[in-house]
Write a protein that binds this ligand. Structure first.
Ligand code: MLT
Ligand code: MN
Ligand code: ZN
Length: 296
C-alpha cells in the first residue's frame, strides 16, 4: 500500500490565517515547514488513489504531489473520496472537485446527510460524482485490492452542527475511524478521536501502521498559548499528554508504526527542538509532514 500525507495539519493549517502564535509565526518566517489541512492519499497500485478526507487545500495538495497530477488532457488518478466526518477541513475540498471528472464519495448517511442538506454541494454533478452510503462495520472497496471498514470512534458532530448541548464522546456515524486493508497490510486512519477506550486499543493491536489524531499536546493548550479557551476534549480530540492521553494509552502498540496526523497549529510538537517532540519521538511516534510518502 502507498500512503501520501497530503495535509498533516488540523483545521486552520499552519500558519492559520488569523493566528500569530509562535508556531504560526515560525511557519511564516520559514523556521517551520507549513502544513496544509487534514488529508491522506492511499493506493494499492500506485496509479489509482483514494483520498481520505477532502481538505480545503486539496487544489494545492494535488498540485504539490505528482502522483495526483492528471494522467491525460482531463482526468485525475483520484477515484474516490472517503470522509471520516463532516468537519469543514474534511469536506470543503469537495467543492474544488466540481470540474467534471467522475469519482465516488464514500461517507456514512449522517455525513452524506450534511452534504445533501447544503445546496452548495449540489455543484457536484450527480451524473459524475456518485455518493455511496457506507455502514459502520461493513467493508467496502473504493479501489481494486483495497478494503476499507469504517467503525465508530468517540467524537462529536461537526462544529457547525452543534446544538446547545454537545456529546463530545458520542459513538455513531458522526465520527469514524477507517481500517484499510491492502496488499496483506492493515492501516488504521483516525484523524479525530475523543478518547481511547480499551476496546479501541485491542482493535488497533492488528495495525501495521496507525495514523492517529495529533491535534493537541495538552488539553488546555489553546488557553496556554493564548489562542482561545476551547479544550481538546471540547473539540472532540484526545490530548497526547497525560495518563489518558494517546502517548500513554497507545504505548503498548510496539509493533505498529505510529504516526501523528491532524496536528493543530498550537501543538508544541511542531517545534523541532522542543521537549514535546523529543518525547513523542522517544516513545516511537513519527510526526507527519506534508508530502510524506509511506509504504506498507
Ligand atoms: C476539528 O477537527 O476539530 C475541526 O476541524 C474543527 C474545525 O471545524 O475547524
Ligand atoms: Mn479537523
Ligand atoms: Zn497559530
Amino acid at each position: 500500500m502507498f500512503i501520501t500525507i497530503l495535509g498533516a495539519g488540523a483545521g486552520g493549517g499552519l500558519p492559520q490565517w488569523n493566528c500569530g502564535c509562535r508556531n504560526c509565526t515560525d511557519a511564516r518566517t520559514g523556521r517551520l515547514p507549513p502544513m496544509t489541512q487534514s488529508s491522506v492519499a492511499v493506493s494499492v497500485n500506485g496509479v489509482d488513489w483514494a483520498i481520505l478526507n477532502a481538505s480545503p487545500d486539496i487544489r494545492a495538495q494535488f498540485a504539490a504531489n505528482p502522483s495526483m497530477h492528471p494522467p491525460s488532457l482531463r482526468g485525475s488518478p483520484m477515484r474516490a473520496v472517503v470522509l471520516t466526518n463532516g468537519d469543514i477541513d474534511h469536506v470543503a475540498g469537495l467543492l474544488t472537485l466540481r470540474e467534471k471528472t467522475p469519482f465516488t464519495v464514500y461517507a456514512t448517511s449522517e455525513t452524506l446527510g450534511v452534504l445533501d442538506h447544503d445546496s452548495v454541494f449540489c455543484v457536484l454533478d450527480p451524473a459524475l460524482v456518485t455518493k455511496q452510503h457506507i455502514t459502520l462495520d461493513a467493508a467496502f472497496h473504493p479501489l481494486a485490492g483495497m478494503e476499507i471498514t469504517p467503525f465508530a470512534v468517540p467524537g462529536k458532530v461537526p462544529l457547525y452542527m452543534e446544538g446547545e448541548t454537545v456529546d463530545t464522546e458520542a459513538m455513531g456515524e458522526n465520527t469514524v475511524g477507517l481500517r484499510i486493508a491492502g496488499g496483506a497490510k492493515v492501516l488504521y486512519y483516525i484523524p479525530g478521536c475523543a478518547t481511547l477506550p480499551d476496546w479501541l486499543l485491542d482493535r488497533l493491536g492488528e495495525a501495521d501502521m496507525l495514523l492517529f489524531d495529533g491535534t493537541v499536546w495538552e488539553n488546555d493548550e489553546m488557553e496556554q498559548t493564548g489562542t482561545g479557551a476551547k479544550t481538546g476534549a471540547r473539540m472532540g480530540h484526545i490530548s497526547m499528554r497525560g495518563d489518558a492521553g494517546s502517548l500513554a494509552r497507545l504505548s503498548a502498540l510496539t509493533d505498529t508504526r505510529k504516526i501523528y496526523i491532524h496536528i493543530n497549529n498550537t501543538n508544541p510538537i511542531l517545534q523541532p527542538d522542543g521537549p514535546e517532540r523529543a518525547e513523542a519521538l522517544a516513545q516511537g511516534w513519527q510526526i507527519a509532514a506534508d508530502g510524506m510518502e509511506l509504504e506498507l
